[in-house]
Design a protein. Structure first.
Length: 136
């Protein structure tokens, strides 16, 4: 991993479609608005966008913490834009300030953390866990 400086920014967008709505994704009794997990997905993608260019080949960055508030509803058809800014780097742990806006207002805000991992090692650990699950 190359040095990542606080202030590094990333962005991600999503046009809200029917599969992103709370009443389809989670519970039919909910209104037809953007589901919170989808807003978080866009925020996480913004964080990845911020650091992707700093990762060495064979590295990835996995989400380890999400602390956000979903503060406004967004209907189908609107574009949601999330932005992430690196606020702190501690070894392989990267902390971001994240926000999301629809076409009219801020809809979410909070913090997110990711940890840089060696993808080969992670794959080996997952394969070992799968073997244990299968009783091998």
């Amino acid at each position: 991993m190359q040095a990542i400086l606080p202030g590094t920014k990333g962005k991600s967008t999503l046009v809200v479609a029917s599969e992103h709505l709370a009443n389809r994704f989670k519970d039919a009794t909910l209104p037809p608005v953007l589901a919170t997990p989808i807003m978080i997905l866009v925020m996480e993608n913004a964080a990845l966008d911020a650091i992707r260019g700093y990762l060495d080949p064979g590295e990835g960055a996995l989400g380890t913490l999400v602390d956000v508030r979903h503060i406004a509803a967004t209907p189908i058809g609107q574009r949601v834009t999330a932005e992430a800014e690196v606020t702190h780097v501690d070894g392989r742990r990267i902390v971001f300030a994240v926000t999301a806006h629809d076409e009219f207002e801020e809809i979410g805000t909070g913090t997110h953390e990711r940890t840089v991992v060696d993808l080969r090692r992670l794959t080996q650990r997952l394969e070992a866990k799968t073997r244990r699950q299968q009783g091998r």
